[in-house]
Design a protein around this ligand. Sequence first.
Ligand code: TIU
Length: 221
Amino acid sequence: MRTVEAEPYAFEFDPATTALVIIDMQRDFVLPGGFGEKLGNDTSLLLAAVEPTHRVLTKARETGMFVIHTREGHRPDLSDCPPAKLDRGAPSMRIGDPGAFGRILIRGEYGHDIIDELQPLPGEEVIDKPGKGAFYATDLSEILEKSGIRRLIVTGVTTEVCVHTTVREANDRGYECLVLADCVGSYFPEFQRVGLQMIAAQGGIFGWVAPSPDVITAIQE
Ligand code: TIU
């Protein structure tokens, strides 16, 4: 077991049964000009998570940890997008509409894919999910069970949306989740701060939070 200082108390993990989960680091959320920015958001806070996440990913790959990437998106015919999700947002910026990087959040489009810096390697799992959480309508549970994974080290965007939803889903399924504070990003600074606090409050109500350099050290011990 490795131990890393975390909020609300030390997180213990065995790298052999722990997966690194990188949530939705897709061009349309992260890059200037994409869907996220078009919705009125500043993507710089998301871009800040790229370098630290790349360092964690590199260490995970070096040490043979299980790596999972997720992407939020839908089939080209939108048959897996509930009308309630489709109808939301500005009329000119709906899922499936043409955007700067192709049809917005549609599988196979350039903007739907993961940014160059964090592209998956062959053999790493890529979970395509229609919802905010990575467990809903995916085979993530089966993959984790089959691989003997018990804990998740979680990075990605956005902190209070897809990261929170996924960590809450994972916690309810019995997985212990450590969220890396500098490897997750929100468009809203206050949501980043409070979002992280919410995870670790009440004795770690649904997870732990730690800075990535400490976790990298623990992984390579
Ligand atoms: N991946 C993810 O968080 N999807 C979102 O829609 N996030 C927003 O903050 N909009």
